[in-house]
Design a binder for this molecule. Sequence first.
Ligand SMILES: Cc1cc2nc3c(=O)[nH]c(=O)nc-3n(C[C@H](O)[C@H](O)[C@H](O)COP(=O)(O)OP(=O)(O)OC[C@H]3O[C@@H](n4cnc5c(N)ncnc54)[C@H](O)[C@@H]3O)c2cc1C
Length: 448
Amino acid sequence: MNLVWHRADLRLHDNPALGEALKAGPVVGLVVFDPSILQNTSPRRRAWFYQNVAALREGYRRRGGSLLVRTGLPWEVLPQVVGELGVKGVFAVRNSTPYAQFRDRKVQEALPGQVRWLEGQYIHEPGTILKPDGGPYTVFTPFSKRWWAAQEPVLLEAPAHFPSVTPPPGYDLGSIPEEASDVPLPPVGEEAALRALEAFLHNKLPQYHQTRDGLAGEGVSRLSYYFTLGVLSPRLAARRALQVGGEGARKWVNELCWRDFSGDLLYHRPEMLSSAYDPRWNDLPWNDDSELFAAWLHGQTGIPVVDACMRELRATGFLSNRGRMVVAQFAVKLALLPWQKCERAFRDLLLDGDNASNLQGWHWAGGLGVDAAPYFRVFNLITQAETHDPGGVWLKRWVPESNGLAQPYKAPVLDLEFARRRYLAAAEKIAKKPGMAAESQEPKARGF
Ligand SMILES: Cc1cc2nc3c(=O)[nH]c(=O)nc-3n(C[C@H](O)[C@H](O)[C@H](O)COP(=O)(O)OP(=O)(O)OC[C@H]3O[C@@H](n4cnc5c(N)ncnc54)[C@H](O)[C@@H]3O)c2cc1C
């Protein structure tokens, strides 16, 4: 018997770990509820995770297979299950956050020679798209050129049936906790994700390049929460989009390239968990003002576009990319709130919260040294709303007090012009300093 250890790959379609395990013989699936991750994950995203594990279990069951679940530290749980079931080989899709690498090394040490790591979380794995000199890319455009030129991965279908193997009678398959979510959850499981993908390709992809930037997030796929848990294969999604073709498809697949770029940045520079990617930006004059932080977090700044974004996110678990850039820029550049605290609180609200993409997004929008985004680009929050929500329908929905107008609806917590000048004065000094290396640190689980 072989074990497929599912982590951020809660799917049966296009799952290289499952494909290889099936070549080796009968298969049983396993999900480990790792307390060091789950205790650092917000209730809404834990609920989303548990429900997708339940859907995966149902997928196994319908095909005559079994999915075990266990709670504990993977390097303790896996040897136990391997011993109890007489497992020959363990197969898992590689994860590459700093904690995942640390965890997987410990599992490998506990099961020497028995674990095989496969690709599948990304289209091209972190660490595989390299400069001609072998070094990592730090800027998106050259990364993307290499990425587009790389060989397309070979896709795998979900098995129709599992070869008959079941754990011994009476063997406890484990139960999946039920956790309430404080936001309505999207339809769960890979079949729902595949349907959502097809609906997006059919209805929105052709215009995606023109509609993707709206604050209301209506022209986009909203598939990110499936990608984060690997309920949907990004490799399959990209292939399907390119089969549809056109400018929208090219732009959309380029966003999946941003996802790979995010994974790659964190893989090569784990320091970005807590230090600015370019450590010079650690020296901005941060302002750890708890009232200002609370006003930002709860959508009570008086600035309609910021408040609409945060209120929508709190109420739904989703926010458009434009909205994410707006609130991150406001928090980092204008309010000078410590970005680490904001990134963490923001991730807790996202259903698609993902360490690599969220860190990249905060660094990019906050001008902390990721990519070539210039520090001196500071959004005008009035024109952002007017340009990306013309007519103010979205604004009025989330901030009725604004009546759909972009101007502050009450005295704002910050004088925006003063804040902009304050930031630019500090940033100009920092930009003149030579770069310096960040210190490395111990990997810690921080939830998914
Ligand atoms: C401050 C900030 C924080 C963010 N945090 C996250 C996060 O925690 N998790 C997350 O998945 N994305 C994050 N993003 C990236 C992006 O905003 C979301 O992926 C996107 O809005 C999700 O909506 P969608 O699925 O409709 O995207 P689409 O526009 O349909 O794009 C398709 C897919 O491409 C990927 N993608 C799109 N834009 C980006 C991007 N800029 N960076 C990386 N991947 C991208 C996502 O997987 C997305 O599902 C963040 C961006 C910013 C600016």
